[in-house]
Design a protein around this ligand. Structure first.
Ligand code: AKG
Length: 275
């Protein structure tokens, strides 16, 4: 993370990283997302179900190890969590060196993954605003210490196709990770006058602190918006996926067996030396 990126992340609470993924990686991820979307849609209403303290009621897929919720319809979203278990094609995002260089720049304790979701947003869907203010949940805290920027939960969102405002861009209110007062505006991102859309190209990524007020503009286009989200934070933080909130990360034995030691460490909620 260079000096300008560090300055902008501290000032605004996010940065857009152009071309974080190359064309080959984007093509492989897009194919895997499309395949998993169809699999999840075919199973999402079925048993077994996974419920969490956050009121989740997700399909827990026994063969492929993911959790899914939602539907393909006007205004709806399909969320697929723990997608690592479903297809090794996603492993290119695990211990991806350019990503980890950014994460180490803003999470100062040993970082681990605490969230993994594929978000598929159909026409007419928006993501309501959330985050913002220094008094938000401690889980999302943004701080600046003698070690520099030191965040709790942060997220990298990877784009596998271009996305304009019209196509439901990820949107933010810059600087709200440091504000004291809650936003006086509607939680509909299209009605918040402070909200700006971040238009991106395939292969770009957005890194942000979860403490920043953010959401997703209404998808007014014919294109379904598909993104991969990976959340990071200090190693003692438990899962922040909706289906497994505050539980251990859901990584199957099969997934674990194929990962490198460095990739496995990203799911270890304790020091590897004591494991
Ligand atoms: O991509 C979106 O529409 C919103 C995503 C979001 O809220 C998040 O990743 O925390």
């Amino acid at each position: 993370m260079n000096e300008i990126e560090t300055f902008e992340f501290d000032r605004q609470g996010y940065i857009v990283i152009e071309k974080l993924l190359n064309e080959t990686q984007v093509a492989a991820l897009a194919e895997a997302v499309d395949e998993l979307e169809e699999h999840a849609l075919a199973h999402v209403t079925q048993s077994p179900r996974k419920q969490s303290g956050w009121g989740a009621n997700y399909h827990a897929n026994p063969e492929r190890g993911y959790h899914a919720n939602g539907e393909r319809a006007e205004g709806k979203t399909l969320i697929v969590e723990d997608y690592w278990n479903a297809n090794p094609a996603f492993d290119i995002l695990l211990d991806h060196q350019p990503t980890m260089d950014y994460i180490h720049g803003i999470v100062k304790q040993r970082p681990t993954i605490n969230n993994s979701e594929i978000r598929i947003r159909y026409q007419g869907n928006a993501t309501g605003c959330h985050g913002g203010t220094v008094s938000a949940s401690q889980k999302y805290r943004y701080s600046y210490t003698e070690h520099g920027i030191d965040c709790m939960m942060v997220r990298m969102v990877y784009f596998i196709h271009d996305c304009t405002n019209e196509q439901g861009a990820f949107c933010v209110v810059p600087g709200t990770h440091k504000t004291n007062l809650p936003s006086p505006h509607s939680n509909d991102p299209d009605e918040d006058p402070d909200m700006i859309g971040l238009e991106v190209k395939a292969g770009d990524a957005i890194l942000f602190t979860e403490n920043l007020r953010h959401g997703g503009f209404l998808n007014r286009s014919e294109q379904t918006r598909k993104t991969l989200h990976v959340g990071y934070g200090p190693h003692w933080m438990m899962s922040q996926n909706i289906a497994t909130m505050d539980e251990k990360q859901h990584i199957t034995a099969e997934t674990c067996a194929r990962l490198t030691e460095a990739q496995r460490d990203l799911f270890r909620a304790y020091s590897p030396k004591t494991s």
